[in-house]
Every structure is written in C-alpha cells, then in structure tokens.
Design a protein around this ligand. Structure first.
Ligand code: APR
Ligand code: PHB
Length: 390
C-alpha cells in the first residue's frame, strides 16, 4: 500500500488533517485503533474557538456545528457567593461555540467517507519504520492481515497514549510535565440549562463547571480525587456538591435533572519537544496535553493541523521544506501560550491541597482583579477565545 501522507489516529487531529490535505489534492490514509462507533461516542470537551470554527467551516464540515452548536459571547466566574461575567465579545470582538467534540468527529468521519477517503478502523500493532529516510512506512494489522503502508511522511495523531511520540529517539526529546493531584468528575444530565453561559466556579470545597450540550442536555464537572470511583458518588451526593460549590448568594441555583453518564478525568499538563524528527511529525494530544480548565485541547489539535497542512502543501505544491522544518517551533509558540493559560486558570480556580490560607486568599484576590480590571479581563478573554498572534 502506498500514499503520500500516512496518518496514525482518527481523532480530531488525524481526521481534519486528512480532509484538509484531500481538499488540496494530497493523498493520505488514516489508521485508527478503535472502532467508528467508539470514536463517535466518546464524550469529551466541547468549546470551539473562532479559529477552530473557521477551520472546520473552510474544510466544509461546519454546517451542523453552525446549526446545532451554541454561540457564546461570554462566560461567568463564580466565587465568594458572587457571579461575575467575562464579556468575551466586548473585550475581544470574538466568541466561542459550544459543540461537543464527538459531534465534530461525526462530521469529519462523514466528510472523509463521502470523499471516499481511506480510513481503517480497528487496526492493531501499529509500528513506524524508516523515519530517517525519504520513504518511511507504517506496519499494522487489520482484519487478521498484516499490512505495510509506504508514504512520504508519517503523522502521529494518536493521542497521549499512542505509539508515535516514542518513535522520536529519547535522546532528542525533552518532556515537560505536571500531573495535578486532582481530577474532574463529569456528568451528563437531562435538564434545561442552568444559565445561558458557562459558569466556572471557585469554592473552598473545590472547582466546579457548568457547561451545556443542548437545551435538553447539560454537562457539569466538579473537582475530585482522580483515584475516586464513580460508584462512590450517588446522584444526591453529586447535587449536594454542585449546589455547595456553584449556587450564589444572589439566588442563582444549579438546575438538577436525570444524570445519565458519570466519569472521572485526570488532569495533566504535558509538552513533548521536539514535535518532529526526520519524516515523522506529531500533532495534537500525541505531543501535548492541557488540563481542561481553559478548554484548549481540541483547539490546539486543530491549530497544529493548520500549521502542518500549510507546511505539507508548501512541500507538495512548491517543493519547499522550510515550513516543514519550522513546524515544531511554529506550533510550540501557541502550545506554550495555551499551556500557560490552562495552568494559570487551573491554579486560580481549584482547591490546591498545598495552598496555605494566604495563597487561598490570593486566588480570590486574582478573581477580583480579572472581574474588575478591564485590562486583566481582556488578557483572560484573549486567551480564552484563542490568541491569534502566536
Ligand atoms: N494506532 C492507531 N490509532 C491509535 C493508536 C495506535 N497505536 N493509539 C491511539 N490511537 C487513536 C486513538 O484511538 C484515538 O482515536 O488515536 C486517536 C487520538 O485521538 P485523540 O486522543 O482525540 O487526539 P487528537 O486527535 O490529538 O485530539 C485532541 O482530544 O483528548 C482530546 O481534549 C483533547 O480535545 C483534545 C483532542
Ligand atoms: C465541556 O463542555 O465539556 C467543557 C467546557 C469548558 C471547559 C471544559 C469542558 O473548560
């Protein structure tokens, strides 16, 4: 088997890359470990920056996102019994769309299938060979048969637990990591929205987030022990915790409903440099992870793919390799900006077990600052909608 670009992983990064390349006349094959049903139903985050929406629309997969996603012009910060709004549009001229990642995936898979794209699900034993040469290959098993896919470039879009990152020699790689001692307990609820906008809450008992999926389904999270088990959390206990952390002194209350899904997400910050070696390039979670507090994970994956598509197009259409050579450096500028923002927001909003009472008051002082100073609010809003200049 031969293609121009061999892509490992059918997450947002791999599928979007394959589709953007197709639109520029470049051939690719996507290899995915899991089944189509599985990738299309895994619940993940759901905030799309303006730049992400634009890229999806340019790729021709923006229709359902525009029709079913909800445009948000701000969000709320809840602390000390108060609610304070960050007006994203007034501060930055931009907005965000709340549209679930697995819906983005459904749209991307449908677009690849409609374009007769080569997409293999349920592959196993993926391994990468010859990335130091001009004709690398990917070996894999599919339907009990061994295959070898020869290509010009291998792109690792296989997420944090994939095989691609470790194909870059360890001596050439530097990993930067911070694992947080807490996680998020996530629920899906059949209920009307608690608020028109997302609510990020800081409370002595821990962080909580009220998000949404539609007029009938809501997504909520609260900080928990990452080693806790969902069985320990009855519905009543969950509601008590959310009310304690999010309800305001001004009369706002979390709207309850039927909980139909519960999960626990660990939290980490992680960056692997370099993101390229020879004819192998990494994109998305394969190279970096952010804690979900800043809602940057999906947006960073899309931004990597934008940079990589331009670089591959320059190679195939103009025989230029300068953009490919600069890929890691270019992508890492935005990645480090988002890493800092996500870390900053995580530290400001969560209960930190190592924080002294003094440091806890500093969290509140910082929240007062970002909700009263236009300059501070603008800095937060710019990062939240996606910094353009990096
Ligand atoms: N071979 C083939 N596929 C693999 C392999 C492998 N060895 N290992 C992992 N995969 C697949 C996974 O099954 C998954 O579908 O690669 C895909 C990686 O997708 P994501 O984890 O969604 O990563 P990415 O496309 O970079 O998207 C990042 O996903 O985790 C969220 O919050 C994160 O929104 C961000 C986005
Ligand atoms: C979500 O809706 O899943 C969501 C929203 C905002 C975040 C993280 C997750 O910061």
């Amino acid at each position: 088997m031969r293609t121009q670009v061999g892509i490992i992983g059918a997450g947002p990064a791999g599928l979007l890359l394959s589709h953007l390349l197709h639109l520029r006349g470049i051939d690719s094959v996507v290899l995915e470990r899991r089944g189509r049903d599985q990738i299309e139903s895994t619940i993940r985050a759901g905030v799309l920056e303006q730049g992400t929406m634009d890229t999806l629309a340019e790729a021709g997969v923006g229709e359902r996102m525009k029709a079913e996603g909800a445009l948000h012009h701000g969000f709320e910060l809840a602390f000390e019994g108060k609610r304070r709004r960050i007006d994203l549009t007034a501060l930055t001229g931009k907005s965000i769309t709340v549209y679930a990642q697995h819906e983005v995936l459904k749209d991307l898979v449908a677009a690849r299938v409609a374009a007769d794209g080569k997409l293999f699900f349920d592959v196993s034993n993926t391994s990468i060979h010859g990335i130091d040469t001009a004709s690398p290959s990917i070996r894999f098993e599919h339907a009990d048969e061994q295959h070898e896919l020869h290509c010009d470039y291998v792109i690792g879009c296989d997420g944090f637990h994939g095989v691609s990152r470790s194909a870059i020699p360890a001596a050439l790689r530097q990993d930067y990591e911070r694992v947080f001692p807490f996680g998020w307990f996530g629920i899906l609820v059949e209920a009307p929205p608690t608020s028109d906008e997302l609510i990020y809450a800081r409370h002595e008992r821990g962080f909580a987030l009220i998000s949404t999926r539609s007029q009938d389904v809501q997504r909520m999270y609260f900080q928990c022990d990452p080693n806790d088990a969902v069985e320990n959390w009855s519905d009543d206990r969950i509601w008590a915790e959310l009310h304690a952390r999010v309800d305001s002194d001004e009369g706002h209350q979390v709207v309850e409903g039927k909980i139909f899904q519960k999960n626990i997400v660990p939290m980490r910050s992680f960056v692997s440099t370099t993101m390229q070696h020879g004819h192998l390039f990494l994109a998305g979670d394969a190279a970096h992870i952010v804690p979900p507090t800043g809602a940057k994970g999906l947006n960073l994956a899309v931004a990597d793919v934008r940079v990589l598509t331009a670089a591959l197009v320059a190679f195939y259409k103009e025989s230029r390799t300068d953009l490919l050579d600069a890929y890691s450096e270019t992508a890492l500028r935005r990645i480090w900006r988002a890493e800092h923002f996500s870390y900053w927001m995580t530290r400001m909003m969560h209960r930190l077990d190592d924080a002294s009472p003094f440091e806890q008051r500093l969290q509140v002082a910082e929240l007062e600052h970002v909700t009263t100073s236009r300059a501070a609010a603008t800095a937060m809003a710019e990062n939240y909608v996606g910094v353009v200049a990096v």
